[in-house]
Design a protein around this ligand. Sequence first.
Ligand SMILES: [Zn+2]
Length: 259
Amino acid sequence: MYEVQEKWEESYFSAGDSRRVKYVSELIANDVSSILDVGCGNGILVNYLDKQFPDRFSRICGTDRSETSLKFVHTEKVCASIDQLPFKDGEFDLVTCLEVIEHLPQEIYFSALAELKRIASQYIIISVPNEEDLVLNRVTCPKCYTAFSPFYHMRSFSIDTLSNCLQPEFESVHIESIEKITVPRFPRIKQKISRFLHPEVYPPNCICPMCGHHEFDKLKKSVSSHSEITSEEPVISGLSRFWPHTKKSKWIVGLFKRK
Ligand SMILES: [Zn+2]
Protein backbone atom coordinates (compact mmCIF):
# COMPACT_ATOMS: atom_id res chain seq x y z
CA MET A 1 0.00 0.00 0.00
CA TYR A 2 3.02 2.31 0.34
CA GLU A 3 3.83 1.71 -3.35
CA VAL A 4 0.73 3.50 -4.67
CA GLN A 5 1.92 6.45 -6.73
CA GLU A 6 -1.14 8.65 -5.90
CA LYS A 7 -0.22 8.60 -2.19
CA TRP A 8 3.08 10.33 -2.87
CA GLU A 9 2.06 12.99 -5.36
CA GLU A 10 2.31 16.56 -4.09
CA SER A 11 -1.45 17.12 -4.43
CA TYR A 12 -2.06 14.45 -1.75
CA PHE A 13 -0.36 16.68 0.86
CA SER A 14 -2.17 19.69 2.35
CA ALA A 15 -1.11 23.27 3.03
CA GLY A 16 -0.94 22.22 6.70
CA ASP A 17 1.72 19.63 5.82
CA SER A 18 3.80 22.41 4.24
CA ARG A 19 3.43 24.55 7.38
CA ARG A 20 4.52 21.56 9.51
CA VAL A 21 7.65 21.14 7.37
CA LYS A 22 8.47 24.85 7.71
CA TYR A 23 7.97 24.61 11.49
CA VAL A 24 10.36 21.64 11.65
CA SER A 25 12.97 23.47 9.57
CA GLU A 26 12.89 26.34 12.09
CA LEU A 27 13.83 23.92 14.90
CA ILE A 28 17.10 22.94 13.20
CA ALA A 29 20.02 24.24 15.29
CA ASN A 30 22.79 26.32 13.72
CA ASP A 31 25.44 23.67 14.45
CA VAL A 32 23.66 21.04 12.32
CA SER A 33 25.51 20.24 9.12
CA SER A 34 24.19 16.81 8.10
CA ILE A 35 20.56 15.63 8.13
CA LEU A 36 18.95 12.25 7.59
CA ASP A 37 15.15 12.16 7.17
CA VAL A 38 13.88 8.69 8.02
CA GLY A 39 10.61 7.77 6.32
CA CYS A 40 11.09 10.74 3.99
CA GLY A 41 8.14 9.76 1.77
CA ASN A 42 8.07 11.95 -1.33
CA GLY A 43 10.82 14.19 0.08
CA ILE A 44 8.48 16.87 1.45
CA LEU A 45 11.14 17.85 4.05
CA VAL A 46 14.44 17.08 2.28
CA ASN A 47 13.38 18.72 -1.00
CA TYR A 48 12.23 21.79 0.95
CA LEU A 49 15.53 22.06 2.89
CA ASP A 50 17.58 21.54 -0.27
CA LYS A 51 15.67 24.32 -2.06
CA GLN A 52 15.39 26.82 0.80
CA PHE A 53 18.92 26.43 2.19
CA PRO A 54 21.11 25.41 -0.77
CA ASP A 55 24.42 26.25 1.00
CA ARG A 56 23.63 25.65 4.66
CA PHE A 57 24.01 21.87 4.99
CA SER A 58 26.89 19.60 3.92
CA ARG A 59 24.60 16.60 3.44
CA ILE A 60 20.85 16.06 3.19
CA CYS A 61 19.69 12.46 2.79
CA GLY A 62 16.24 10.88 2.72
CA THR A 63 15.47 7.24 3.39
CA ASP A 64 12.21 5.35 2.92
CA ARG A 65 11.18 1.75 2.39
CA SER A 66 8.94 2.75 -0.54
CA GLU A 67 10.79 2.87 -3.87
CA THR A 68 7.78 4.62 -5.41
CA SER A 69 7.98 7.51 -2.92
CA LEU A 70 11.74 7.93 -3.47
CA LYS A 71 11.16 8.77 -7.16
CA PHE A 72 9.97 12.19 -5.93
CA VAL A 73 13.07 12.82 -3.76
CA HIS A 74 15.67 15.17 -5.33
CA THR A 75 18.44 14.80 -2.70
CA GLU A 76 20.66 11.84 -1.78
CA LYS A 77 18.31 8.93 -1.06
CA VAL A 78 18.45 5.36 0.19
CA CYS A 79 15.74 2.69 0.10
CA ALA A 80 15.74 0.92 3.49
CA SER A 81 13.54 -0.22 6.33
CA ILE A 82 13.49 1.98 9.46
CA ASP A 83 14.56 -0.85 11.80
CA GLN A 84 17.67 -1.69 9.71
CA LEU A 85 19.19 1.49 8.34
CA PRO A 86 22.47 1.22 6.38
CA PHE A 87 24.26 4.09 8.17
CA LYS A 88 27.12 4.27 10.69
CA ASP A 89 26.71 5.18 14.37
CA GLY A 90 26.44 8.97 14.67
CA GLU A 91 26.69 9.45 10.88
CA PHE A 92 24.31 12.46 10.88
CA ASP A 93 24.12 15.49 13.23
CA LEU A 94 20.33 15.45 13.03
CA VAL A 95 17.89 12.65 12.29
CA THR A 96 14.30 13.65 11.54
CA CYS A 97 11.35 11.27 11.52
CA LEU A 98 8.08 12.99 10.65
CA GLU A 99 4.66 11.30 10.68
CA VAL A 100 6.29 7.88 10.72
CA ILE A 101 6.46 6.30 14.18
CA GLU A 102 2.66 6.26 14.58
CA HIS A 103 2.63 3.77 11.67
CA LEU A 104 5.05 1.27 13.22
CA PRO A 105 3.80 -2.13 14.34
CA GLN A 106 4.82 -3.24 17.84
CA GLU A 107 7.43 -5.74 16.51
CA ILE A 108 9.67 -2.99 15.12
CA TYR A 109 8.69 0.08 17.18
CA PHE A 110 11.55 -0.10 19.69
CA SER A 111 14.20 -1.29 17.21
CA ALA A 112 13.22 1.62 14.93
CA LEU A 113 13.63 4.17 17.74
CA ALA A 114 16.98 2.53 18.60
CA GLU A 115 18.10 3.06 14.98
CA LEU A 116 17.21 6.79 15.10
CA LYS A 117 19.23 7.15 18.34
CA ARG A 118 22.18 5.18 16.93
CA ILE A 119 22.52 7.29 13.77
CA ALA A 120 21.90 10.76 15.28
CA SER A 121 25.08 12.20 16.80
CA GLN A 122 23.32 15.22 18.38
CA TYR A 123 19.65 15.83 17.61
CA ILE A 124 16.42 14.06 16.68
CA ILE A 125 13.19 15.73 15.57
CA ILE A 126 9.97 13.71 15.59
CA SER A 127 6.44 14.71 14.63
CA VAL A 128 3.27 12.67 15.20
CA PRO A 129 -0.49 13.32 15.16
CA ASN A 130 -1.66 14.90 18.44
CA GLU A 131 -3.79 12.61 20.66
CA GLU A 132 -5.43 10.85 17.75
CA ASP A 133 -8.57 8.82 18.58
CA LEU A 134 -7.73 5.62 16.68
CA VAL A 135 -11.10 4.04 17.43
CA LEU A 136 -13.00 7.05 16.12
CA ASN A 137 -10.94 7.21 12.94
CA ARG A 138 -11.30 3.54 11.97
CA VAL A 139 -12.99 2.68 8.69
CA THR A 140 -14.52 -0.67 7.76
CA CYS A 141 -13.71 -2.42 4.49
CA PRO A 142 -16.99 -3.08 2.61
CA LYS A 143 -15.58 -6.31 1.16
CA CYS A 144 -13.99 -8.15 4.12
CA TYR A 145 -15.29 -6.01 7.06
CA THR A 146 -11.81 -5.42 8.52
CA ALA A 147 -11.75 -2.20 10.59
CA PHE A 148 -8.54 -0.23 10.16
CA SER A 149 -7.03 3.26 10.36
CA PRO A 150 -7.30 4.85 6.87
CA PHE A 151 -3.85 6.33 7.47
CA TYR A 152 -2.50 2.98 8.79
CA HIS A 153 -1.79 4.51 12.21
CA MET A 154 -1.05 1.95 14.93
CA ARG A 155 -0.55 4.14 18.00
CA SER A 156 -1.53 7.50 19.43
CA PHE A 157 0.74 10.03 21.18
CA SER A 158 0.33 12.83 23.70
CA ILE A 159 2.97 15.45 24.58
CA ASP A 160 3.88 13.29 27.61
CA THR A 161 4.32 9.99 25.74
CA LEU A 162 6.27 11.62 22.91
CA SER A 163 8.60 13.54 25.22
CA ASN A 164 9.78 10.32 26.90
CA CYS A 165 10.04 8.05 23.85
CA LEU A 166 13.80 8.49 23.25
CA GLN A 167 14.98 8.07 26.86
CA PRO A 168 17.52 7.48 28.29
CA GLU A 169 20.00 8.61 25.59
CA PHE A 170 18.01 11.64 24.34
CA GLU A 171 15.95 14.21 26.27
CA SER A 172 13.30 16.50 24.83
CA VAL A 173 14.45 20.12 24.71
CA HIS A 174 11.40 21.54 22.92
CA ILE A 175 8.03 19.92 22.48
CA GLU A 176 4.93 21.65 21.16
CA SER A 177 1.54 20.92 19.65
CA ILE A 178 0.98 22.83 16.39
CA GLU A 179 -1.62 23.64 13.68
CA LYS A 180 -4.93 24.42 15.42
CA ILE A 181 -7.90 22.81 13.71
CA THR A 182 -11.64 22.85 14.44
CA VAL A 183 -13.00 19.49 15.57
CA PRO A 184 -16.40 18.40 16.91
CA ARG A 185 -16.89 18.11 20.66
CA PHE A 186 -17.97 14.63 21.80
CA PRO A 187 -16.79 13.22 18.46
CA ARG A 188 -17.78 9.61 19.15
CA ILE A 189 -21.39 10.63 19.86
CA LYS A 190 -21.46 12.73 16.69
CA GLN A 191 -20.09 9.79 14.75
CA LYS A 192 -22.79 7.46 16.11
CA ILE A 193 -25.52 9.89 15.02
CA SER A 194 -23.86 10.39 11.61
CA ARG A 195 -23.67 6.64 11.04
CA PHE A 196 -27.34 6.32 12.01
CA LEU A 197 -28.34 9.03 9.53
CA HIS A 198 -26.09 7.85 6.76
CA PRO A 199 -24.03 4.65 6.36
CA GLU A 200 -20.27 4.88 6.55
CA VAL A 201 -18.49 6.00 3.39
CA TYR A 202 -15.34 4.08 2.46
CA PRO A 203 -12.63 6.70 1.83
CA PRO A 204 -11.69 6.55 -1.86
CA ASN A 205 -7.97 7.01 -1.21
CA CYS A 206 -7.26 4.06 1.07
CA ILE A 207 -6.54 0.37 0.58
CA CYS A 208 -7.75 -2.38 2.90
CA PRO A 209 -4.63 -3.94 4.52
CA MET A 210 -6.38 -7.33 4.67
CA CYS A 211 -7.90 -7.82 1.18
CA GLY A 212 -6.50 -4.88 -0.82
CA HIS A 213 -9.92 -3.41 -1.66
CA HIS A 214 -9.82 0.22 -2.86
CA GLU A 215 -12.12 2.65 -4.64
CA PHE A 216 -9.57 4.85 -6.41
CA ASP A 217 -11.97 5.34 -9.33
CA LYS A 218 -14.06 7.57 -7.02
CA LEU A 219 -11.04 9.68 -6.17
CA LYS A 220 -11.51 13.20 -7.47
CA LYS A 221 -8.32 15.14 -8.14
CA SER A 222 -9.65 18.26 -6.43
CA VAL A 223 -10.44 16.62 -3.09
CA SER A 224 -7.49 14.27 -2.78
CA SER A 225 -5.98 15.67 0.42
CA HIS A 226 -5.66 14.07 3.88
CA SER A 227 -8.17 16.39 5.55
CA GLU A 228 -10.95 15.94 2.99
CA ILE A 229 -10.97 12.17 3.01
CA THR A 230 -14.77 11.91 2.82
CA SER A 231 -17.25 14.25 1.24
CA GLU A 232 -20.16 14.95 3.58
CA GLU A 233 -23.75 14.07 2.69
CA PRO A 234 -26.16 17.08 3.01
CA VAL A 235 -27.84 15.62 6.10
CA ILE A 236 -24.45 15.11 7.81
CA SER A 237 -23.24 18.59 6.92
CA GLY A 238 -26.50 19.90 8.47
CA LEU A 239 -25.62 18.03 11.65
CA SER A 240 -22.07 19.45 11.55
CA ARG A 241 -23.42 22.99 11.33
CA PHE A 242 -25.21 22.96 14.66
CA TRP A 243 -22.91 20.51 16.49
CA PRO A 244 -20.61 22.21 19.07
CA HIS A 245 -16.99 22.47 18.02
CA THR A 246 -13.69 23.06 19.74
CA LYS A 247 -10.09 23.73 18.73
CA LYS A 248 -7.40 21.08 18.82
CA SER A 249 -3.79 20.95 17.64
CA LYS A 250 -3.27 18.52 14.80
CA TRP A 251 0.36 17.53 15.40
CA ILE A 252 3.03 17.33 18.11
CA VAL A 253 6.60 18.18 17.17
CA GLY A 254 9.49 17.32 19.48
CA LEU A 255 13.17 18.31 19.36
CA PHE A 256 15.45 15.93 21.28
CA LYS A 257 19.12 16.35 22.18
CA ARG A 258 21.68 13.72 23.12
CA LYS A 259 22.41 13.87 26.88
ZN1 LIG B 1 -10.89 -5.75 3.03
